[in-house]
Ligand binder design. Structure first.
Ligand code: PFF
Length: 450
C-alpha cells in the first residue's frame, strides 16, 4: 500500500467532493425530463425510494471497503477477499472498474466540451463577436476536438494537484457555486411567463405513468449513474477519508445532496421548457414526448434563450457555466480511479500518471469523436447500462457475502463506537446481502433483454 497517499482534510471537503462526483450531467440534464415524461411527482417519489433503498446501500458498500483498505479498488478487494480465488476475482473487478471509469470519462469529456463551447459562445455574443459565437455552437470536428481536449486539460490540471489541493479544494469551491447558480436560475425562470405550466407537469403526480415496470428499471439505472456507483469512484474517495469519520452519516449527506440537486434542477429545466413553449419554441417530439437528451440541451434551450434578448444571453451563459461545473467535479472523480490505481500498484508518480492516463483517455475521446455514429452510443451503453450495474453487483457481493462481518463492524466502529446499536447496522448488512444484489440483477437482466 502506498504511503503518503493523501486524505480529505474535513467532512465538508469530502462531502463536496463525493457530491461533486455524483452531481453531474445526469442530475441537471437527465433527471428532469425523465420525471416530466414519466408521471412528474410520482416519478420523483419512485426515484427517491430507489435512491434510498438501492443507491445509498451500494454507496455505503464502496465507502466502507475503500476506507478500510485506504487503497484503490484492486488492492481493496484483494485485501477483504477470504481466499486466493476471490482475491484474483477482486483484481479483475478493480481493473474492469478503472477501464469503465476511463471510458465514461472519454464520452463525458466530449459532451462537456460542447457545454464549454456553448458557454463561451454566449460570452462572445455579449462581446458582439457573433461570427465566433456561431462557430462555437456549430458541431464541427475541429471545435469538438479542441473543446474535448480543453476539458480534459482542466480535469488533468485538478487531478495532478492531488487529493487536498486538487480534488478537495476545487470541489469545495465549485459545489457551493453550483448550488448558488442553480438557485438564482430557478428563481429567475419562475418569474417568466409559462413557467407555472412546467411546474404543474413536474409536481402533479401521475402514478399510472410512474409505476410501469420498464420505468422503475430505468429509474434504477439512472439512480446508479447519478451516484457514480460501480466503477470505484466512491471507493477511492472513501479511501481518502480519515478513520474518525462516521461513514453512514457522510454517505447519507452525499446521497441527500445528490437528490436535492436533481430535484432542484427539475424546478429549472421543466419551467424553462414551458417558457420556451410559451415563446413559440417546439418542445415536444412528433410522438408527443418532451424533447430530451442532447436536443434539449443544445437546441431547445438555446432557442429559448434566443427569444429572450440580452437577458437570454446572460441566462445562457450562467446555465452553461453551471453545467460545466457539474461536469468538471464529476470528471475529476473519474480520472482519479485509474490514476490512483497506477500510482499505488505500479509506483508511478502522480503527475506522470495523470498526464499519461489523461492523454490516453483524450485519445480515446478523439477516436470516439471521429467515429461518432458507431462508437458514442456503444460506449455509453457498454459503460452505464451494462458495466455499472454489474460492477455494483460485485461490490455488494464482497460487502455482503465475502467480507467477514466482524471486520466490517470493526471498520464502522472506528468512526462511531455505538454503530452496532443503531438502525444502520440492523438493516444495512441484510439489505446489501440480499436486496441490493436482487434489484441489480433485475436491472441487469432488463438491460440484457433490451
Ligand atoms: N454521477 C455523474 C452524473 O450524474 O452525471 C456521472 C458519473 C460520475 C458516473 C462518475 C460515473 C462516475 F464514476
Amino acid at each position: 500500500m502506498a504511503t503518503n497517499r493523501g486524505e480529505f482534510s474535513s467532512r465538508f471537503g469530502f462531502v463536496m467532493a463525493a457530491a461533486g462526483s455524483a452531481v453531474g450531467l445526469g442530475n441537471v440534464w437527465g433527471f428532469p425530463t425523465q420525471a416530466a415524461d414519466n408521471g412528474g411527482a410520482a416519478f420523483l417519489f419512485v426515484y427517491l425510494l430507489l435512491a434510498l433503498t438501492l443507491a445509498y446501500p451500494t454507496l455505503m458498500a464502496e465507502l466502507i471497503i475503500g476506507r478500510h483498505a485506504h487503497a484503490n479498488a484492486v488492492s481493496a478487494l484483494r485485501l477483504i477477499s477470504p481466499g486466493r480465488g476471490t482475491a484474483r476475482f477482486g483484481t479483475v473487478t478493480g481493473i474492469y472498474g478503472f477501464i469503465v471509469a476511463s471510458l465514461i470519462l472519454a464520452f463525458y469529456a466530449i459532451v462537456a466540451g460542447w457545454i464549454i463551447a456553448f458557454f463561451l459562445a454566449s460570452a462572445c455574443q455579449l462581446l458582439g463577436l457573433d461570427g465566433l459565437a456561431d462557430w462555437l455552437t456549430r458541431f464541427g470536428m475541429g471545435r469538438n476536438l479542441l473543446f474535448m481536449a480543453l476539458f480534459m486539460l482542466l480535469t488533468i490540471g485538478i487531478i495532478s494537484e492531488g487529493v487536498q489541493r486538487g480534488i478537495e479544494r476545487w470541489s469545495s469551491r465549485l459545489m457551493p457555486l453550483l448550488l448558488a447558480t442553480l438557485l438564482c436560475l430557478v428563481l429567475y425562470v419562475m418569474t417568466l411567463e409559462g413557467a407555472m405550466d412546467g411546474l404543474k407537469v413536474y409536481l402533479l403526480p401521475d402514478f399510472g405513468a410512474a409505476l410501469k415496470p420498464g420505468l422503475i428499471i430505468a429509474a434504477l439505472g439512472s439512480a446508479f449513474f447519478s451516484l457514480s456507483l460501480g466503477v470505484g469512484t466512491m471507493l477511492i474517495y472513501g479511501s481518502y477519508l480519515t478513520d474518525r469519520e462516521n461513514l453512514p452519516v457522510v454517505g447519507s449527506l452525499v446521497t441527500l445532496v445528490d437528490i436535492l440537486i436533481a430535484v432542484l434542477a427539475g424546478f429549472l429545466v421543466l419551467p424553462a421548457m414551458y417558457v420556451a413553449l410559451h415563446n413559440g419554441v417546439q418542445i415536444f417530439t412528433d410522438s408527443g414526448e418532451l424533447i430530451s437528451g442532447d436536443s434539449l440541451l443544445f437546441t431547445v434551450l438555446p432557442e429559448l434563450f434566443s427569444t429572450m434578448g440580452i437577458a437570454g444571453v446572460i441566462v445562457s451563459m450562467v446555465f452553461f457555466f453551471l453545467m460545466s461545473i457539474a461536469a468538471l467535479t464529476s470528471s475529476i472523480s473519474m480520472l482519479e480511479v485509474p490514476v490512483a490505481y497506477t500510482i499505488e500498484e505500479h509506483n508511478v508518480g502522480r503527475k506522470k500518471a495523470v498526464f499519461v492516463i489523461g492523454g490516453l483517455i483524450a485519445a480515446a475521446s478523439a477516436v470516439i469523436l471521429l467515429n461518432f455514429e458507431t462508437l458514442f452510443g456503444l460506449t455509453v451503453s457498454f459503460t452505464t447500462r451494462y458495466s455499472q450495474p454489474l460492477l455494483g453487483f460485485v461490490f455488494c457481493l464482497y460487502a455482503g457475502w465475502l467480507w467477514h462481518r466482524d471486520k466490517l463492524l470493526q471498520e464502522l466502529r472506528k468512526g462511531n463506537p455505538e454503530v452496532a446499536q443503531g438502525l444502520f447496522w440492523k438493516v444495512w448488512p441484510w439489505h446489501v446481502k440480499f436486496v441490493c444484489p436482487l434489484i441489480i440483477l433485475a436491472i441487469f437482466g432488463q438491460a440484457l433483454l433490451g
